[in-house]
Design a protein around this ligand. Structure first.
Ligand code: NAD
Length: 437
């Protein structure tokens, strides 16, 4: 059993804290948002993440997990302090490290004995040094020089599968220059390491870079396929077949070859931009990453451009949206294609009726009453001139086409996630447009 403090109770912090508690550790999670803390303490997971609510309830009840907004209590509690706060993009794409620095100062201010500070937030190379300095500067005279280590342990969990990813990670990466830290992390992660899944220990800069480079590679695959999808449309090829044929090559592999209406979320868009910034800061070129980002922005907009082929003027038209979350099984709408699409539709004075199984509340915070948030998928269709599909939730995959046709004013379907078989939809009497097919 280890004593752990987790700073930041967002997607990463809540999942990390709860899962470490479930392994038998004693965990205290701290956030500056007192309202969030009160809800978490009462067993409300706040975010939608499969399996999280059960784990939270179980570990709160077992007394292994607690939440606080008291920074002093938080620092005094854990021997290991995980930093899981946000690193959002600044206007120029650079990562905003002010939340990470703020946690570092909190730790420096209140620490009395040794602390292992583990950075899980996604940060540019060299951030560990910034954190070290911030801790040292904040240490009081009476404990000046008290020992601590700062290490990097990037997080790879995927929203929508975060608990499963924590319990069965593809890899655990730890960047450290301290033997003491290495021992502690080996013990902490021992229960979830396997012979085929050891901890990869690296230098700190390598660990920091592994995270950015991994996300940028995945985003690059998506933008690459989206680029090819336009060519498929131009020459009459099918992006699904192209992806299958490519994926059978073991050097390429079949994952992350889907094209669609663009990637979103709190990671890919921000990490691609931030890595481009890091390259530039080192006098290097970021041509590829700029293109990846550019293609993605274009891809989000392409759904509306397709719609305008059928409805050249959107003024006064009603458009139904299926999907608001940036991907299925999450309620997260940060940088979701749906956000860009709604902004474009509203700029052209269209009415929007939207449905998502989990993300309505988060979308309502952005759009308020500018959007009608439907009770269910069919309610979104009532009187609409077209349907846009923006998130591939399973519950959208096998709809009642007859009922859809009755509800829609015009049977136009723009499938931004290629969830339907074009022949089936057309046979049911719809005008259908997918991506790259
Ligand atoms: P989030 O925005 O959901 O949560 C961040 C939390 O930190 C908020 O609750 C905020 O109130 C809190 N916070 C801010 N300042 C604080 C402080 N000084 N002390 C304590 N709490 C503070 O963020 P997230 O999605 O969990 O991401 C956190 C980090 O992990 C980011 O760097 C992100 O890039 C990275 N990451 C995210 C994911 C993901 O899927 N969301 C996956 C891997 C890595």
């Amino acid at each position: 059993m280890m004593k752990i403090t987790v700073f930041g109770t967002g997607y990463v912090g809540t999942v990390t804290g709860t899962c470490f508690a479930d392994l038998g550790n004693s965990v205290l999670c701290m956030d500056i948002d007192a309202k969030k803390i009160a809800r978490l303490k009462s067993g409300d997971a706040i975010i939608y993440e499969p399996g999280l609510k059960d784990l939270l309830t179980r570990n709160l009840a077992a007394g292994r997990l607690d939440f606080t907004d008291d920074p002093q209590r938080a620092v005094e509690f854990g021997d290991i302090c995980f930093v899981c706060v946000g690193t959002p993009p600044r206007a120029n794409g650079e990562a905003d490290l002010s939340y990470v620095q703020s946690v570092a100062r909190t730790i420096g201010t209140h620490m009395r004995g040794y602390k292992l500070v583990v950075n899980k937030s996604t940060v540019p190379v060299g951030t560990y040094d910034l954190v070290r300095r911030a801790i040292r500067e904040a240490q009081h005279n009476d404990v000046k020089g008290a020992p601590f280590d700062v290490i990097s342990n990037p997080e790879f969990l995927r929203e929508g599968a975060a608990v499963r990813d924590f319990q069965n990670p593809d890899r655990i990466v730890v960047g450290t220059d301290s033997e003491r830290a290495k021992d502690l992390m080996s013990k902490l992660y021992g229960p979830i390491t396997r012979v085929s899944r050891p901890i990869l220990f690296t230098t700190i800069p390598s660990a920091e870079l592994i995270k950015y480079a991994s996300n940028a590679m995945l985003a690059t695959r998506i933008s690459f396929m989206n680029e090819i999808s336009h060519l498929c449309e131009a020459v009459g090829a099918d992006i699904g077949d192209v992806a299958k044929g490519m994926g059978l090559d073991t050097r390429i592999g079949n994952r992350f070859l889907q094209s669609g209406c663009g990637y979103g979320g709190s990671c890919f868009p921000k990490d691609v931009k931030a890595l481009a910034q890091v390259l530039e800061q080192h006098g290097l070129t970021s041509t590829l990453l700029q293109a990846v980002d550019h293609i993605n922005e274009r891809q989000k907009r392409s759904v509306v451009l397709k719609l305008k082929k059928y409805l050249p003027s959107l003024e006064g038209k009603t458009i139904a949206l299926w999907g608001l979350a940036f991907k299925p099984r999450t309620d997260d709408v940060r940088e979701a294609p749906a956000v860009t699409v709604i902004e474009m539709l509203k700029r052209e004075y269209a009415n929007v009726r939207a449905f998502d199984p989990e993300a309505v509340e988060n979308a309502r915070r952005i759009f308020g009453d500018q959007v009608y948030f439907a009770k269910d998928a069919y309610d979104a269709l009532a009187g609409a001139d077209a349907l846009l599909i923006l998130t591939e939730w399973d519950e959208f995959r096998e709809p009642d086409f007859g009922r859809m046709k009755e509800l829609l004013k015009q049977p136009v379907v723009i499938d931004g996630r290629n969830i339907f078989n074009p022949e089936d939809v057309r046979a049911a009497g719809f005008t259908y447009s997918g991506v790259g097919r």
